[in-house]
Design a binder for this molecule. Structure first.
Ligand code: UT7
Length: 331
């Protein structure tokens, strides 16, 4: 049965904290160097939240900008999803904190934990609520203050991650509007979950003095395995999205993938037979910001004039879980 309603992206916004952590700064903290980081990852700098900033603070600014862009107020929202692995605290959810800060009605609000795929997961859930006719305006946020979960003694991980937030307003499209979310596909391979973990702080490993001494409160990753799986899954997601819509790669205006590592993005483009110059890459400026990376990259592409209304945009995501997903839309 054809769904009665379709979703459109009515507004977008982002926020990057002011403070920068450059490769030169990292050279003073761990045994690394600018040349290695740039050659292996493409990253030159990352934004780092100020001590008083938590994930809901970054989310608030990005959300206010997205609401203004959509011409809506917080009162118009029907639901909030915050995708994050670095929420303000375990509970209440960052989405509930954000709902209060924005001054919304008593609308439903929850956090989505799908790591770096979280924003695409969140958009897909929002799209379903719009398609059924249940809601009209949904705020989807991808936000992280990851640097507080990174071990700055571990040179393989600490060079990668940064902080930031992106927010989109997903709204019910007018009848006949061509600028709609066309499809989303989501996946998870739980059997590969041990490749990228933040083990401590849950019911399996509550925080104790010993856990802190073992530094298990930080992210741990098998980098090379993650690299291979990121290329494999994001390439598969790109193909799946286009096959489901009978679309050719040449029809896509921009691929906006999860910004993990420039070599991962180039490899995905090569496997997908897609021109590198049509891939939005912002990892040099932001590092890997997990759930925030896709909306941040999108916003950079929008603000520099590359991304325009009416274009065909493909999002591809990959993250811990292992999760992955795609979303195809006419923006
Ligand atoms: O959202 C998903 C999150 N995770 C990721 O995106 C990670 C994906 N993986 C990667 O991006 C890459 O695997 C890394 C950037 C983490 C590592 O790059 P690589 O090309 O896979 O390097 P490698 O692990 O094969 O290591 C090569 C060498 C090693 O030294 P030896 O054993 O050859 O002597 C490492 O110890 O590079 C060394 N190394 C470093 N050297 C300088 C590892 N990290 C660093 C560093 N600076 N920061």
């Amino acid at each position: 049965m054809t769904p009665p309603y379709r979703s459109r992206v009515a507004g977008t916004g982002s926020y990057l904290p002011e403070k920068l952590l450059t490769n030169a700064d990292l050279e003073k903290m761990v045994d690394t160097n600018d040349q290695w980081i740039v050659e292996r990852t493409g990253i030159r700098r990352r934004h780092i939240a100020a001590p008083h900033e938590a994930t809901s603070d970054l989310s608030l600014v990005a959300s206010q900008r997205a609401l203004a862009d959509a011409g809506l107020t917080a009162q118009d929202l029907d639901m909030i999803i915050v995708s994050t692995v670095s929420g303000d605290q375990v509970m209440p959810s960052t989405a509930c904190v954000l709902q209060s800060k924005l001054g919304c009605r008593q609308i439903m609000a929850f956090d989505m934990l799908a790591a770096c795929s979280g924003f695409v997961y969140g958009l897909s859930v929002a799209d379903q609520f719009i398609r059924t006719g249940m809601y009209k305006n949904i705020l989807v946020v991808g936000a992280e203050v990851l640097h507080r979960f990174v071990n700055y003694k571990d040179r393989e991980t600490c060079i990668l991650f940064g902080d930031g937030a992106g927010a989109w307003i997903v709204s019910r499209a007018e009848e006949g509007d061509r600028n709609v979310i066309m499809s989303s596909h989501l996946h998870a391979e739980g059997a590969l979950g041990d490749l990228f973990v933040l083990a401590a702080g849950g019911s399996r490993m509550p925080l104790t003095q010993q856990v802190l001494a073992d530094e298990a409160q930080f992210v741990r990753m098998k980098g090379r395995e993650i690299f291979k799986n990121a290329v494999r899954t994001m390439t598969a997601c790109c193909h799946e999205a286009l096959e489901a819509n009978g679309t050719k790669p040449s029809e896509v205006d921009w691929l906006v993938p999860h910004q993990a590592n420039v070599r991962i993005l180039q490899s995905v483009a090569d496997h997908f037979e897609f021109p590198h110059e049509k891939v939005i890459m912002s990892v040099d400026e932001t590092g890997n910001t997990s759930a925030a990376s896709i909306p941040l990259a999108f916003q950079i592409g929008r603000e520099d004039g590359r991304i325009q209304r009416g274009q065909l945009i493909l999002l591809a995501a990959f993250g811990a879980g292992l999760t992955s997903g795609s979303l195809l839309m006419r923006y």
